[in-house]
Design a protein around this ligand. Structure first.
Ligand code: GRF
Length: 197
């Protein structure tokens, strides 16, 4: 199963996938990284793993749709089966959503539908709730609204600083994203076998 990863930041989730692929735990191939932030640390991580990078700021395009159309064209020869968003900080539009229907997944640092949006960890921390979590879901045109694939709760210790909470959330993310992809990969390879018969 081939995937493209999309990321805009540090890339610790991409790194966890790379590590789990390297160890043989996750049987997928990362065909390329797409980023809207050419200077993001995730670019260095991908380069270190010899993964081709398509880095293009939105500013270089007339519209978000035009950026997406360029990405769809770039992706075409890679024939990826899934797009995996990992800290990609943009809402997807029609060109990508219609090119990969039900084939785009995302991870969010809260127990959705609670705390959607850009600051899932900070919003939960500041709300003073006793638990939060991590959600993996299919991407649709909304903000963190698509069909859920997996969720895990995290109890918040009242003594924790926001850094403690962020650490706990990322630790769950790094494990859960691989688990979901393992599941998708199993279903995917089952279907491929049926097609081969
Ligand atoms: C993660 O918390 C993810 O849930 C959110 O963005 C963050 C990305 O972190 N969508 P990293 O770049 O993978 O370290």
């Amino acid at each position: 199963m081939k995937i493209a990863v999309f990321a805009s930041g540090n890339g610790s989730n991409v790194q966890a996938l790379l590590d789990n692929i390297q160890s043989g735990e996750l049987l997928v191939e990362i065909a390329c990284l797409i980023t809207d932030r050419p200077k993001a640390f995730v670019v260095e991580r991908a380069q270190a793993a010899n993964i081709p990078v398509y880095a293009a700021t939105l500013k270089a395009f007339e519209s978000r749709e035009a950026w997406e159309e360029a990405v769809v064209a770039y992706l075409e020869p890679y024939t990826v089966d899934y797009i995996v968003l990992a800290g990609f900080m943009r809402i997807l539009k029609k060109p990508l959503l219609s090119a990969y229907p039900n084939r785009i997944i995302n991870i969010h640092p809260s127990y959705l539908p609670a705390f959607p949006g850009k600051n899932g960890i900070k919003d939960a921390y500041e709300a003073g709730v006793s638990e939060t979590g991590v959600t993996v879901f299919y991407v649709d045109e909304g903000i963190d609204t698509g069909k859920m694939l997996a969720q895990e709760k995290i109890a918040i210790d009242p003594e924790w600083t926001i850094a403690h909470l962020a650490y706990a959330v990322h630790a769950v993310e790094h494990r859960l994203y691989t688990q979901v992809l393992q599941q998708i990969q199993k279903e995917f390879s089952g279907k491929e076998e049926i097609n081969d018969i």
